[in-house]
Design a binder for this molecule. Structure first.
Ligand code: PMP
Length: 370
């Protein structure tokens, strides 16, 4: 068996060690006589799996005791709608920052579900700049206008398509509670959870298989849900039921739990941050030192360590680059259609050796084609 270096944006590469463990436990989990996919979500085996997963996630992220952790279905996209239904009371308003495709989708969906109920406002956007930088959040900047009475401010801390990242030391200075979509960089670096009213993320990039989304929400933001929403959509109901009002995505939660254990074995998020910073530096250096053969359009301070989009000197080279990289065992490098070019997603589970292999390929390709 030979595995490719998989640069897909999500579903994405998982740690080989975790997949080996899944393989070993697939037919018989710890002597249960059946695999996790086949066992009751109410039994003691699965209860221990979900409780351990939550405890490990709490430890990794340092989640304070007054936050609930929910394992939900519907992906991060469902959260775009579920979030206002839970946190934005009728007649209130919410603010959204738009810094890339995902935060744009988030506001659009919130506006859709809130029509006639509550107000969803664009409080600042970099769309005119082609989503190549984050908004300036310093005190004197006037790029953002936040209504101090808003129920929450939504932002996306890692824009997967445009390749922008915002670390929690550069959040807007406001007393309005902040809600963050961290789908594509959660667990890649330490984060101060207490700075957020809510964090959410789809699993299929840095957590585990698709099918589960994680919501981390401060307890005092619960209980404001619209009265008519389905009970599976109500955070407070899900929290009361330990994410098991109905059958949860058991297999995805189990694999996510194994990823959390793997992250702990790597030394936790401080260690992951060092590795991820190094991987990103290798790749951005290759781009920046290519004398314009490769280009990444994002302002240096805002560049994502997880998703690295880049274009080639001419679009005619794209086909060759994709074919030759694939032949060299480097997969899924085609950029998102809305930005073109290439994109390398280098999440936690992408080893440094994979990034080195990509850099070597890029240097060689340039030498041959420049
Ligand atoms: N937010 C971000 C930042 C994403 O990258 C994605 C998926 N690429 C989503 C939301 C949507 O996630 P899902 O497909 O799980 O709904």
């Amino acid at each position: 068996m030979s595995r490719i270096w998989n640069f897909a944006a999500g579903p994405a590469v998982l740690p080989a060690e975790v997949l080996e463990q899944v393989k070993d436990e697939l037919l018989d989990w710890h002597g249960a006589g059946c695999g996790v996919m086949e066992m009751s979500h109410r039994g003691k085996e699965f209860t221990s799996i979900i409780e351990t997963a939550e405890a490990d996630l709490r430890e990794l992220l340092g989640i304070p005791g007054n936050y609930k952790v929910l394992f939900l279905q519907g992906g991060a996209t469902q959260q775009f709608a579920q979030l206002p239904m839970n946190l934005l009371p009728a007649g209130a308003s919410a603010e959204y920052l738009v810094t890339g495709s995902w935060s744009k989708k988030a506001i659009k969906e919130a506006q859709r579900v809130c029509e006639g109920v509550a107000s969803v406002r664009n409080a600042g956007s970099t769309e005119a700049a082609g989503f190549t930088r984050n908004l300036d959040t310093s005190v004197n900047a006037n790029e953002i206008s936040i209504d101090a009475n808003a129920a929450y401010l939504h932002l996306c801390t890692n824009e997967t398509i445009h390749g922008l990242e915002l670390d929690c030391s550069r959040l807007p200075q406001t007393n309005v509670p902040i809600v963050a979509d961290m789908s594509s960089h959660i667990l890649s670096r330490p984060v101060d959870v207490s700075k957020y009213a809510m964090i959410y993320a789809g699993a299929q990039k840095n957590i585990g298989p698709s099918g589960v989304a994680i919501v981390i929400v401060r307890e005092d933001f619960l209980g404001k849900a619209w009265k008519t929403i389905p009970s599976v959509m109500d955070y407070a109901v899900m929290a009361e039921n330990g994410s098991m009002l109905n059958t949860p995505p058991t297999f995805a939660i189990y694999v996510s739990g194994l990823v959390f254990k793997w992250l702990k074995r790597q030394g936790g998020l401080a260690e992951m941050e060092k590795i991820n910073r190094h991987k990103a530096e290798l790749l951005y250096a290759c781009i920046d030192e290519s004398e314009g053969f490769y280009r990444n359009p994002v302002r240096v301070a805002d560049r994502s360590r997880m998703n690295v989009p880049f274009t080639l000197a001419s679009a005619e080279l794209d086909t060759d680059f994709l074919a030759e990289s694939k032949a060299a065992g480097l997969a899924s490098l085609k950029g998102h259609k809305s930005v073109g070019g290439m994109r390398a997603s280098i999440y936690n589970a992408m080893p440094t050796d994979g990034v080195r292999a990509l850099v070597e390929f890029m240097q060689d390709f340039r030498k041959r084609k420049a």
